[in-house]
Design a protein around this ligand. Structure first.
Ligand SMILES: C[S@@+](CC[C@H](N)C(=O)[O-])C[C@H]1O[C@@H](n2cnc3c(N)ncnc32)[C@H](O)[C@@H]1O
Length: 345
């Protein structure tokens, strides 16, 4: 067993979508101790503080405390329990996790069986408490014989185990894309904001709407939707009374009156989409938007940062107070989802 030396700089364990390790590393500007391509996780050092909220490609942020590198095939419980550091004294939860890879999935049966055993031992020794503000204990298994032990701060991390917000595919929705928008509403809005900003009868425009997954989600929230796309809408949204299908260019269309929400999933260069959405908000056509930036290029972080900087420039020039957040959601592939909202003073 090895314990990261406390005199050395703090070590971090991060999860990300497999294939995005380089982007994850780049955005943290930390030094890599381990960052294999397609592994779905990274071990970093050289940064005393990282802010989960400000990281786009990071699914989970964990302070790495210890590692057990040669777990025996039998009785893994004893060495693992012994390796859990004495501080913090108590945890609000125990999360056993694996990388989001095919190899990782083969360990899911093992961690399901192991979880209650370890949790019981932690409870019996007074290490678990019902206080949700306490750190969570993560035990991450890159493979069956290796465990990385760390904690996450509930105020500075993802609230979902494995950093993955699982959502059920609504059987009526015309495309799996629906899950991206459903996840965005969950991840970016607080409970208060959901009450304030999601109300039946609100009006939304969906740019690049076909086949209609995002439109379906907005309709399911009770909204009236103008769905802009030259392509056909499918399933129930095709002739839904709350949907107006406009076969128009999403880069040209503007509603006569301001709408409550703009959503945009057009496959276009990130800079073009960013400029469009910024202009919608700057000109008062909407005050809130969710949009997807497609990042098929090699220099994804640069392309994303450029797009976000261009939005900030427009908002700052207007003197607007605003919120701008970008995350690669679980349901995003080579893309990220962005939330932009003008905050009225
Ligand atoms: C990824 S799909 C959108 C999927 C949709 N969000 C859903 O949930 O079903 C991208 C869509 O953008 C549309 N699109 C691309 N450029 C467009 C433009 N300039 N104006 C309108 N639609 C556009 C395409 O026709 C395509 O249907």
């Amino acid at each position: 067993m090895s314990t990261p030396n406390s005199t050395k700089s703090q070590q971090w364990l991060l999860y990300c979508r497999p294939g995005f390790e380089r982007d994850c590393l780049q955005e943290t500007q930390a030094s890599p101790l381990e960052a294999s391509v397609n592994s779905g996780f990274l071990i970093l050092q050289g940064k005393p503080r990282l802010h989960y909220d400000q990281l786009t490609f990071t699914r989970q942020l964990i302070t790495l405390l210890a590692e057990v590198s040669e777990l025996p095939d039998r009785d893994r419980l004893t060495p693992l329990f012994a390796a859990i550091p004495d501080t913090p004294a108590q945890f609000s939860a125990l999360w056993l996790e694996t990388p989001d890879t095919n190899d990782g999935k083969t360990l899911s049966g093992f961690i399901k069986r192991f979880q209650p055993l370890l949790e019981e031992k932690l409870r019996a020794s007074g290490r678990m408490a019902e206080d949700p503000s306490l750190p969570r204990l993560h035990i991450f298994f890159p493979d069956k014989n290796r465990a990385l032990i760390g904690t996450s701060d509930p105020r500075n991390s993802n609230t979902a185990a494995m950093g993955i917000l699982r959502m059920k595919m609504p059987y009526e929705a015309p495309s799996r894309s629906v899950l991206k928008l459903a996840e965005a509403f969950e991840v970016f809005l607080s409970e208060d904001e959901k009450i304030q900003w999601i109300r039946p009868g609100m009006r939304a425009v969906d740019l690049g709407a076909a086949p209609g997954g995002w439109t379906w989600h907005l309709v399911s929230l009770g909204m009236q939707v103008e769905a802009v796309d030259n392509g056909p809408l499918k399933g129930v949204v095709a002739d839904h009374p709350s949907v107006k299908h406009l076969r128009l260019d999403g880069f040209r269309y503007r509603p006569k009156h301001a709408v409550d929400w703009l959503v945009c999933d057009m496959i276009e260069q990130p800079g073009r989409v960013a400029a469009l959405v910024a202009d919608w908000i700057a000109s008062g056509s909407t005050s809130r938007a969710f949009f997807n930036l497609k990042l098929p290029m090699k220099k994804r972080v640069e392309a994303l940062n450029e797009a976000l900087a261009s939005i900030r420039e427009v908002m700052d020039k207007k003197g607007f107070k605003y919120r701008l957040k970008a995350k690669q959601l679980y349901h995003d592939r080579e893309e990220v989802t962005v939330f932009l909202a003008r905050i009225k003073r």
